[in-house]
Design a protein around this ligand. Structure first.
Ligand code: SF4
Ligand code: MG
Length: 283
C-alpha cells in the first residue's frame, strides 16, 4: 500500500515561500495515497511555468514538456498505456494561452485524464506579465496602463467544450482540493480542476485573503445541481467565476471506449452513427 513517503522526492521545490502551488503538490500526493495508487502506476505530466515544475517534485513518472503541450503528451501517455493514472498539471498561461487549443479538444474528446490548472492570473516564471485569466484593466509589467483584453473564463470554456467533470478549488483549502482531485481521478473521462493558486510574488490583487473573502462555496448551496449545465453557466456568470466545488459532472463515454473495436463496437457502421437527438444529448 502506497504511503505519502513513497510519493515524496528528496528535493525542495524552488517555488517562492507561500506560493499556492505547494498546496496543490501536497493535495495530489494525498489524493494518490487515499486512492491507493502505486507511484509506478501514476504519471504526472506538466508544461512550462512555475507550476510546470511540479512533475519534478513527485516520485512518479512524468515529463516536464514544452510550453502548452502537456495535454498533448498526457493524452499520448494514456493511449499508450491505458492502465496508468494520468494527471496533467500546469498554469493558466500554459493551459489557456499557449495550450488553449489542446484544452478544448481534450475536453470534448473526453479522454480519461485529470487536468489540474494552477490559476494565478499571471505569468509568474517570467516575472509578472498579464495572462489569459488576468482581468480587464489589471496592472502588470506587460500592461502598465491596464490589461486591454477580456479574460477567459476557464469554467465556461470547459462547459462549452463539453468537459464531463469540471471543478474549482483554492490553494488555501488543501482538504477541499484533495477531495476534488480524488473525485477527478475517479471520474472516467476528462476531469478539469481549476485551482486558484496565489502567486504571492507578482500578484498582489488575487491573494489568499481575496479568495477567502470572495469565493462562493457551492457545497453550501443545496439548490445547486451540478448535473445542470445551464445552471453551471449561470452560477459562474453570477459569481464572476469566484466559486468553488463541483461545478458540473455528467457521465459520458470516454474516448478509449468510443474507439472502434471497444465496447462491442467492432462492426460500427455509418448506419450505427445515425443517432437520435436524445442519444446525441447523452453521449
Ligand atoms: Fe509561485 Fe509566483 Fe513565486 Fe512562481 S513567482 S513560484 S507562481 S509565487
Ligand atoms: Mg500563471
Amino acid at each position: 500500500m502506497a504511503t505519502l513517503h513513497d510519493y515524496r522526492m528528496d528535493i525542495t521545490p524552488n517555488w517562492c515561500p507561500g506560493c499556492g502551488d505547494f498546496s496543490v503538490l501536497a493535495a495530489i500526493q494525498k489524493a494518490a495515497v487515499n486512492l491507493n495508487i502505486e507511484p509506478e502506476n501514476f504519471v504526472l505530466q506538466s508544461g512550462i511555468g512555475c507550476s510546470g515544475r511540479i512533475s519534478g517534485y513527485l516520485n512518479v513518472y512524468g515529463m516536464h514538456t514544452m510550453h502548452g503541450r502537456s495535454l498533448a503528451v498526457a493524452q499520448g501517455v494514456k493511449l499508450a498505456n491505458r492502465d496508468l493514472t494520468v494527471v496533467c498539471a500546469g498554469g493558466d498561461g500554459d493551459g489557456f494561452g499557449i495550450g488553449g487549443n489542446h484544452f478544448v479538444h481534450a475536453a470534448r474528446r473526453n479522454i480519461d485524464i485529470t487536468y489540474i490548472v494552477m490559476d494565478n492570473q499571471i505569468y509568474g516564471l517570467t516575472k509578472g506579465q498579464m495572462s489569459p485569466t488576468s482581468p480587464k484593466g489589471f496592472l502588470t509589467k506587460s500592461s502598465p496602463e491596464g490589461n486591454p483584453e477580456s479574460p477567459i473564463s476557464p469554467l465556461q470554456l470547459a462547459l462549452s467544450a463539453n468537459a464531463s467533470f469540471i471543478a474549482q478549488g483554492f490553494s488555501g483549502d488543501i482538504k477541499h482540493i484533495t477531495s476534488l482531485i480524488e473525485q477527478g481521478i475517479r471520474h472516467k473521462g476528462f476531469a478539469f480542476i481549476n485551482i486558484f493558486s496565489p502567486c504571492v510574488t507578482f500578484n498582489k490583487v488575487f491573494t489568499y485573503d481575496f479568495f477567502k473573502q470572495n469565493i462562493v462555496n457551492l457545497d453550501d448551496d443545496p439548490q445547486y445541481d451540478s448535473t445542470d449545465r445551464t445552471m453551471a453557466f449561470d452560477k459562474v456568470e453570477q459569481t464572476d467565476g469566484f466559486v468553488k466545488g463541483l461545478i458540473y459532472r455528467k457521465e459520458r463515454m470516454d474516448f478509449v471506449d468510443a474507439l472502434p473495436g471497444r465496447s462491442g463496437k467492432e462492426n460500427l457502421s455509418n448506419q450505427d452513427l445515425q443517432l437520435s437527438a436524445d442519444q446525441v444529448q447523452n453521449l
